[in-house]
Design a protein around this ligand. Sequence first.
Ligand SMILES: Nc1ncnc2c1ncn2[C@@H]1O[C@H](COP(=O)(O)OP(=O)(O)O)[C@@H](O)[C@H]1O
Ligand SMILES: [Mg+2]
Length: 229
Amino acid sequence: MPGTGIAVVGATGGCGTTTMAAAITAWGGAGICRVLGLDGHGGGPHTLWGVRVERGVDHLDAVRAEVDAGHVQHIAHKGMAEWDLVAGPGSAMTYAGWGGDLAPRLVAAMVPQGPWVADLGRGDHQLAECVVKHASGVVVMTPCSLDGAEACRHLLPHISAPRVLVAAVARPGEHHVSRRAIRRLVPGHTVMEVPWDRRGVGRLASGATGRRGLQSCVGQIMQALATDG
Ligand SMILES: Nc1ncnc2c1ncn2[C@@H]1O[C@H](COP(=O)(O)OP(=O)(O)O)[C@@H](O)[C@H]1O
Ligand SMILES: [Mg+2]
């Protein structure tokens, strides 16, 4: 899928944003070659995959004004398979330095020719806004609950991309509402249900893929992003 760039944003914390970004990468169908771990609040695909991050976005401070794709390549880590993993600044505070005109410059350098996926966490920094502008599709992760739907309603007006899809996760121990209810509460968007699949997440962490549960759902999500108008 040339030109594919998928941004994953969480309407709330802890609702599987990192997991979804990793699952899209591992699914393989999109031919992702770069993974951007840009949640300044911690976690990220590198944590899931146990990739030791020695260089991150804040290591580009010295070349801020003229950062280019070559500089980004220098801080990219090889992921578990063939993809590059670019890690964001070490803390949410250091994102502030990448605001203004520097954010679009950095994002243009991070987004390569080939397909990419970005874990933006809650998306609450300017770098995330810029990544979303480059995305062909956005997956908004949300708990499959009334609170989740409410959080989505706040977030969605801030996101403009050719295709935006809501993925609702029914976490155990939470009061769930049906997918149909989420559709009613978040009108105008495709809503997909993400299965709670511990085994699928375990497979992701070990680099393996599967065909059922989470992986099958990711295939459907990518299909919907490719076809929705
Ligand atoms: N679909 C899922 N099935 C089972 N466990 C999941 C699923 N999505 C997320 N998790 C688990 O929930 C926790 C939070 O997920 P994570 O992707 O880190 O959320 P976020 O990035 O939104 O904070 C992790 O322990 C993760 O393994
Ligand atoms: Mg995360």
